[in-house]
Design a protein around this ligand. Sequence first.
Ligand code: HEM
Length: 472
Amino acid sequence: MTVQKVIPQMEKNFQQKAGVTFADNSPEFLLALAQEYGDIARFQFGPFKFVLISSPEMVREVLITQAKKFPKANRDVRLLSRVLGQGLVTTNGDEHKRQRRLSQPSFHHRRIASYAETISDYADVIGSELQPDQTINMAEEMEALTLYIVSKTLFDVDMEEMIERSAEIGHAIDVLQTLADKNFDKLFNLPMWIPTPDNIKNKRARKVLDSTITSIMEERREGGEDGVPKDTGDLLSMLMLATDEDGSFLSDLEIRDQLLTLFIAGHETTSNALLWTWYLLSQHPTVEAKLHAELDQVLGGRLPTMDDLKSLPYTEMVLKESMRILPPVWMLNARQAIEDTTIMGYPIPKGIQVFVSPYVMHHLPQNFPDPEKFDPERFSAENIDQIDKYAWIPFGAGGRVCIGNSFAMMEAQLILATLAQRYKFELDPSESVRLQARITMTNKFGMKMKVVERKRPSNIYRLENAVLEPVN
Ligand code: HEM
């Protein structure tokens, strides 16, 4: 892809200049574009016209102030619907608002808090299976763990049961994700009714997931009374029991699409957030030592609970900084102007697609000084106010902000706290980082890491400046 036109007046081959191509490294390509051309840059890819916006004020305009004029782009909605059906990610306008209203209570703080124990327990089970000095593929470990957690919290399907089913379900998810990524890479996609090999694979994989979800829903109905499904305390129960102000509820088809959406949106993202956090910790021993000190002091070897999280500020800072430097969702779904408008005075013609990239926002020095430095202190209580609300956007912003953001933060903190108490993970010398930025951003061939058992100190250590001295 070459940049054909960039506001205000460029007609150069940007690709050559920046030394990166969109296909090879999309996040770096867009970052170079923003660095070279400022807050708003326009370019073209085949028949599609785009602008990349990269100032917090403009992000606010598109995602909040003028959000009605910038729904999700038709192409993104069409391609994602092939995988996710008509759920929260793929609807726009009033339909999206209705679904959001009905789904929101499932993510209420109290509801989420009840999952904390499962999360720590599951992380502990995975931790118990690791052997000191073993080399693991961290991407696979985190993917499996977050899949078990999402299955238990969404459907109340236990880890043991999931291990039996996970080969089939995991394969179906993999197929759908790979096909979705592939579709986004192509300029044109044949409609689903044409029986291409990929369309057939897509339909088969959806069938596996659809029938799994449908059979679980049927069990709930059978287990309930007076036509009211059984409440087993999971997200599925909440969705099946949710009613709107006018008494309407989600249809079976909507619940199925919603669950599939949450299932897919809810585990790959968190697993990549954790993958990058382990990687960054392995490269920054001082940060790692400070994290260990906090965990040892607050938890002293026991499993973390929901209540502990407020006493683990550094754990949260590490995760926030990791999601800044390597955001799992490196680019939001494109938005599309439904009428001629302006963003901060720049003309935006109807139909143009607008890119908002957390990766770009998080790597611009005007938003985060010394942006390549991994520095959790940016998110300390003293410093956090210096960060613009629309500059740090790993979960998006506005009416379409990630519905699972509190769940994800809690889950990631609990997993990090559980595993980092027992182990540190060293990057295998043969490993290197090759960003694979598709719908989510991961490392191209997983990540080999060595499991190193930690010797927990017998006395308590001070947190300040990560100086490990016994407290008298
Ligand atoms: C670290 C983990 C996660 C990250 C980084 C993340 C990131 C995001 C981002 C950036 C968006 C907005 C996309 C856009 O505006 O185009 C989003 C939306 C969404 N996320 Fe997450 N997410 C995470 C975890 C989760 C979890 C755990 C769930 C559910 C269990 C979830 C469910 C969703 C849903 C349903 C949407 C669509 C919301 C809407 O459009 O109303 N996510 N996520």
